[in-house]
Write a protein that binds this ligand. Structure first.
Ligand code: THU
Length: 162
């Protein structure tokens, strides 16, 4: 038996003012998108903003449904829209922020497994990394340089090849 440890790394910032102008812009956009999320069931409002290589910013937020699994996260709304409208333009980065009605989110929001898998698909397709910028309502900001850092042992397309 051999025990194997995996290490992940990310950056943490105390304030949005410390970010580079590009990261700051999309994070501010993601924060605004929180306000138009449709989340009557969880009352957990998430905004996302995707920066494309052509400079366009695509936004999204979570869209819930009374049949709960029919809803979709903010990250996937934004990324799927970006890919549907600009299929040949690379995604540089995605910023995500969240707010809840009944409590303060004082740590960075963290993308769910399905969203991580989706981001990984686009990293693979475009052959370059997607920077992930995460914030809560208050507190620190976390930056991850690639989704692979938060999705170890990913199910990869190579597995399908005989
Ligand atoms: N949600 C997102 O949109 N993104 C995340 O990163 C975490 C979770 C949404 C899904 C659901 O509408 C609500 O937040 C509560 O899980």
């Amino acid at each position: 038996m051999k025990k194997i440890d995996l290490k992940i790394s990310f950056e943490e910032y105390d304030s949005i003012e410390e970010l580079n102008p590009e990261d700051k812009t999309i994070l501010n956009t993601a924060c605004k998108m929180v306000n138009t999320a449709y989340a009557p069931y969880s009352q957990y409002y998430v905004g996302a903003a995707v920066l494309l290589e052509n400079g366009k910013i695509i936004t999204g937020n979570n869209q819930e449904n009374v049949a709960y699994p029919s809803g979709i996260c903010a990250e996937r709304v934004a990324v799927f829209y970006a890919s549907s409208q600009y299929p040949d333009v690379k995604i540089k980065s995605i910023a995500v922020s969240a707010k809840a009605i009944n409590f303060k989110i004082n740590h960075p929001v963290t993308p769910c497994g399905a969203c991580r898998q989706v981001l990984a698909e686009y990293e693979d397709k475009q052959k370059s990394e997607i920077r992930i910028i995460l914030k809560g309502d208050t507190g620190k900001i976390r930056i991850i340089k690639s989704v692979k850092d938060i999705l170890p042992m990913i199910f990869h397309a190579d597995e399908l090849k005989k």
